[in-house]
Write a protein that binds this ligand. Structure first.
Ligand SMILES: Cc1ncc(COP(=O)(O)O)c(C=O)c1O
Length: 393
């Protein structure tokens, strides 16, 4: 048999990222000395707090630099259990936790141990860019569920009923969500939980933006609806966004024992433990008072309010108010141009970088990140407003 490509067929299904294309173009322009403002960031722009760095330095100095148990050190898993109990009303024991190299890794591991070829995974759209690709990599079948602007891009049980089939195995939920900043209410999650239990659909609940939440909204963990639901749910979280620790690569999942054991076995033969030093740093983060995160969240809310105020005056676009995370998903459909074209033109003509919505399953939207200081946001909004006022659309 002739071999056309030396890469595996699995990779053929994976889409190149238009997110990457626009960010590398922005970087190139910057390196040429252009005054590019990036509204593309997917991580908080704050430094990791000093006490967390100190814990890592201490770990290095004391020689905590060797393999740890695959699923993470007991102190960290205990701190995670305490957090899940205190913040989320979830009861897990340390042996039901697997610490991995970021929430992304936890989600991938969960999909990998759960999916057989052709199993369907429900993904409400707009979605975080990596979900469909991870499902493809795990030989699952992606079933995108469009959600409506009117319902703030949250999936309803009516939507779910339309897409559930005999092959449906998993629903991925993300609250607060990237890219829309949607926050599901207690009632909405209760209905979804009930449906998933009755249909025996597992839920992967990605709660990575849990602590970045505005307007007195309350984050609810879907696994908190009782034993039947928690038996059906994989809760994913991490330290990346909450403590501005994206580079440290620590995420975790909490799940029923059979799933945890499978993930643990898999991680044993792939990455082994996440970095020992990052584990110690994450332990310090989880055991600390929440001042840093609260201040960061207040700052994000200030920025959100600022951008919202500015966007309201730009009649060519509209948006859905985000109640969490640090993004605003903007409707550009009135402009009759695709999101990649919009992002490219804004970058070339006004040196403002943002992410095309097609990466998230909505080509009629773009994502603005406000993980950038307010001075930069102001300049970016001035440029955007000026661009719209030029009226070249
Ligand atoms: C919705 C969502 N889930 C998970 C992640 C990944 O988090 P981590 O850096 O912990 O892997 C991101 C990062 O952007 C995200 O937006």
């Amino acid at each position: 048999m002739a071999i056309d490509s030396r890469l595996s067929e699995r990779l053929e299904k994976i889409q190149p990222s238009s997110t990457l294309a626009i960010t590398s173009k922005a970087k190139k322009l910057k390196s040429e000395g252009k005054d590019v403002i990036s509204l593309a960031a997917g991580e908080p722009d704050f430094d990791t707090p000093g006490f967390i760095k100190d814990a890592a330095i201490e770990a290095i100095k004391s020689g905590f630099t060797k393999y740890t148990p695959t699923t993470g050190i007991l102190e960290l898993k205990t701190a995670i259990c305490n957090k899940l109990r205190k913040d989320n009303g979830l009861e897990y024991s340390p042996n039901q936790i697997v610490v991995s190299c970021g929430a992304k890794h936890s989600i991938f591991n969960a999909l990998f141990v759960l999916l057989n070829v052709g199993d369907e995974v429900l993904v409400p759209s707009p979605y975080w860019v990596s979900y469909p690709e991870m499902i493809n990599l795990c030989s699952g079948k992606v079933r995108i569920i469009p959600t409506s602007r009117e319902n703030e891009f949250k999936v309803t049980i009516r939507d779910l009923h339309k897409y559930i089939s005999r092959k449906t195995k998993i629903l991925i939920l993300n609250s607060p969500s990237n890219p829309a900043g949607a926050v599901y209410t207690l009632d909405e999650l209760g209905q979804i939980a009930k449906l998933c239990v009755s249909k025996k659909i597992l839920i992967i609940s990605d709660e990575i933006y849990e602590k970045i939440i505005f307007d007195n909204c309350k984050h609810v963990s879907i696994a908190s609806f009782g034993k039947e639901v928690s038996n059906n749910t994989i809760t994913v979280n991490g330290v990346s966004k909450t403590y501005s620790m994206t580079g440290w690569r620590i995420g975790y999942l909490a799940a029923p024992q059979d799933i945890v054991d499978a993930v643990s076995k898999m991680q044993d033969h792939t990455t082994s433990n996440p970095a020992s030093i990052s584990q110690k740093a994450s332990l310090a983060a989880l055991n600390a008072p929440e001042d840093f995160t609260q201040k960061m969240c207040q700052e994000f809310q200030k920025r959100r309010d600022y951008i919202v105020g500015r966007l309201k005056n730009m009649k060519k676009i509209s948006f859905v108010m985000p109640h969490g995370a640090f993004y605003i998903f903007c409707d550009i459909s009135k402009l009759n141009m695709g999101s990649v074209n919009f992002a490219n033109r804004l970058l070339e003509e006004k040196l403002v970088a943002l992410i095309p919505g097609d990466s998230f399953g909505r080509d009629d939207f773009v994502r603005i990140s406000f993980a950038t200081n307010i001075e930069q946001l102001k300049i970016a909004m001035d440029r955007m407003e000026g661009w719209f006022n030029m009226g070249k659309f």
